[in-house]
Each structure stands twice: as C-alpha cells, then as structure tokens.
Design a protein around this ligand. Structure first.
Ligand code: NAP
Length: 335
C-alpha cells in the first residue's frame, strides 16, 4: 500500500494559523474492504471556512477533531478499488482532507461523487467556478436571496474573491449596477476593467461611506456580504427600504473572533431582509446552477481566476493568504 502524508490539526489556533498548530505525519494507507476505494488527492480546495472548522466555536458543521487530518474538499483519482461505481482511474470529489490519500467509502460518506470532465474547462473548475462552495454559493446568494433587478444597485464585499467576483458578475448579467469592496488597487482595476463592475471601493484606503454614496447615489438595494466589518457598516448606512442581504461569510472575524457590527439599527429603519445561508443546504439547486454557469463561463461572459499553490507543508501559509488578501481567485493546494 502507498505511504500517506497527512496534515493533522494538533492545536486550535487563537489568531492566524501557524505551523505550530499543525503537524505532518506519514503512515501506510489501510487495506480496502468491499465497497471502498483508495483515492490519491490531486488538488484541495483551501477555503476561509477552514479557519472556522479549526475552532471549537458553535458552527454549522462539527469542528475538526484535534489530531485528525484537516478537513478539505478534494479532487482526486482512484488508484485501487473494491467498488465498481468508483473504478481505478475515475476522478472523485469528496472531503478527502489535507492528505495525499484517503479511503473512499460511500456507505459512510454519500457525498462522494465521480467528477466527469467538463468539456472546455480544466478539471480544477470542479473546485472553483463549478464547485458547491464557490459556484453554487454565488448563484444561491444572488438568485435566491439578493434577487437583483434591472437598474437596482448590488454591492458585494470581497468583490475580487472567488465567490464575490462570481456573485458580482451574475448580478451584472441580471442588469444591476454592481459595486465591489476590495483590498487593493490591482483588484479594483480587475473587477472594473475585466469583469465589468460599475465601481470599486478599496476598504483599506478609501473613505468607504463617502465613496459608496458617490458610487450608489440612489442607495443600495441588495448586498452580498462576504466579510462583515467596516465595509458592512458602511453599506448599512446606504440601504433603501426593503433591501436584501445575503450573509455569506464574515471573514473579518474568523481569526479574531470579533463579529461586532455598528449601524445594526439600520436593518430596522430600512426594513432590511437579512438571510444567512450555507451552500450545503442548497444542493438541490446545484444542477440548475451548473446548467447556467458552465455556458456562461464557456462563452466568456463570466471570468474567474484560480490561484494554485503547491505542497501540504505550506498549508498554513496558504490558508493565511486568504486573510492577507494575497490570493488571486479561487485558492487551491496541489498535492
Ligand atoms: N455561506 C457559504 O456557504 C459560503 C461558501 C463559500 C464561502 N463563504 C464565505 O465567502 C467568503 C469568501 O470566500 P472565498 O472562498 O470566495 O474567498 P476569497 O474571497 O477568494 O478570499 C478571501 C478574501 O477576503 C478578503 N478579506 C480577507 N480578510 C478581510 C478583512 N478583514 N476584511 C475584508 N476583506 C477581507 C481578501 O480580499 P481583499 O484583498 O479584497 O481584502 C481575500 O482575498 C468568506 O467569508 C467565506 O467564509 C461562504
């Protein structure tokens, strides 16, 4: 059996993830029982939610156990199989974790799926624009919650990120005026000049409220929130009556545990409808979302970036890229 290298969570981080919180170990892969198959991981999705899963706080899934391999969605290839539905050579999507190999067992994990090639797209698209965590998330937040209409103003935080850049482009295709918060001039230029957003706000350098009022003179009708924090506080001051918020993420608080928000009272005064949502609750819409997204990507009406880093030893630094804003598009780890 091949040797497995696994990244174990040894300690719960109290701030940004450090090398001391994890350890790489090697051991033999177990022999297979009937119905099981051995997957060699090729790519892992590295997501802000990894930092949530490492904490002990009350959350939408169980926290990752200490001394267990770090949880992550992976794309891999079957190397050995005792399951005819997952033959040798098939590509598989699953919660394979930050480790080189895992044993797939559909009886214990019904979420394991064979990932067929998408003509014209790289296989990594299964972890980026075509994934549940990116593609479906953006699609649900825009179509089911924000529901932007022609001529309305739609704002998205982390607007150059994997989810945010997709959400902004979907809202634009629905005829909205689209404004994104970003953390650099380079990202501002990308969302305006390449993706067609109507404006960008640099939350690190701009006076956010002044700039938002300038870019959204008729007020904000819907907000796709990926960050919480000061960007959200500015948007709360600019809502029109009956605005909608798709609360997708609060990345500004994952490392610090500080989720406090000023201007909360504006939810009342502007009769705002806020809905938190988790992509895993919307799997019934995945096929519909893919049927819309894939042709848009192929026709270049939607653009996306993938940021592929290498090596599980670098996992802590790669996770921290999400919090420093140094990722350019969907962050992944190549094994
Ligand atoms: N609800 C769900 O089911 C679901 C699913 C997927 C993702 N999410 C959430 O969606 C958000 C985006 O995820 P993603 O995978 O697409 O990541 P991403 O946007 O590609 O990367 C994270 C980005 O967040 C920005 N950021 C980091 N710290 C920040 C801070 N303190 N204030 C403002 N912006 C900050 C950085 O961009 P800048 O350079 O612009 O600062 C960074 O590039 C996260 O909050 C994530 O938890 C939720």
């Amino acid at each position: 059996m091949p040797e497995n290298r696994q990244l174990l969570l040894r300690r719960r981080p109290s701030a940004a993830l450090s090398q001391k919180d994890v350890e790489i170990v090697s051991n033999a892969t177990p022999s297979l029982k009937d119905g099981q198959f051995l997957v060699k991981n090729l790519y892992a999705s590295v997501d802000p939610t990894h930092r949530i899963w490492m904490s002990e706080d009350d959350q939408y899934l169980a926290p990752v156990d200490l001394d267990a391999p770090m949880r992550a969605m992976t794309y891999g290839v079957v190397e050995e199989s005792k399951n005819p539905s997952f033959p040798v050579g098939a590509h598989v999507l699953g919660m394979g974790g930050i480790q080189h190999y895992y044993v797939g067992d559909p009886a214990a994990d019904p979420g394991l799926t064979v990932a067929k090639e998408i003509e014209g797209l790289p296989n990594t698209a299964w972890l980026s624009v075509c994934s549940v965590i990116i593609g479906l998330t953006a699609w649900v937040g825009v179509n089911e919650i924000c529901k932007p209409k022609q001529g309305e103003t739609f704002v998205v935080s982390a607007g150059a990120g994997a989810v945010g850049s997709l959400a902004g482009q979907l809202a634009k295709l629905r005829g909205a005026r689209v404004i994104g918060f970003v953390g650099s001039k380079e990202k501002a230029d990308w969302i305006v000049n390449e993706l067609g957003f109507d404006g960008a706000i640099n939350y690190k350098t701009d006076d956010m409220l002044t700039r938002l009022k300038h870019l959204a003179p008729n007020g904000v009708d819907s907000y796709f929130d990926n960050t919480g924090g000061p960007s959200t506080e500015a948007v709360l001051r600019c809502f029109n009556n009956n605005a909608r918020i798709a609360l997708c993420g609060i990345i500004s608080g994952y490392n610090t545990g500080d989720f406090a928000l000023k201007n909360f009272q504006m939810l009342l005064h502007r009769r705002v409808n806020l809905q938190g949502f988790i992509c895993l609750d919307h799997l019934d819409k995945y096929e519909q979302a893919l049927a819309e997204l894939i042709p848009l990507v192929k026709d270049k009406k939607i653009k996306y970036l993938e940021d592929i880093q290498t090596g599980i030893d670098n996992y802590p630094d790669v996770v921290n890229m999400l919090f420093e804003g140094s990722n350019k598009g969907k962050l992944m780890l190549k094994f």
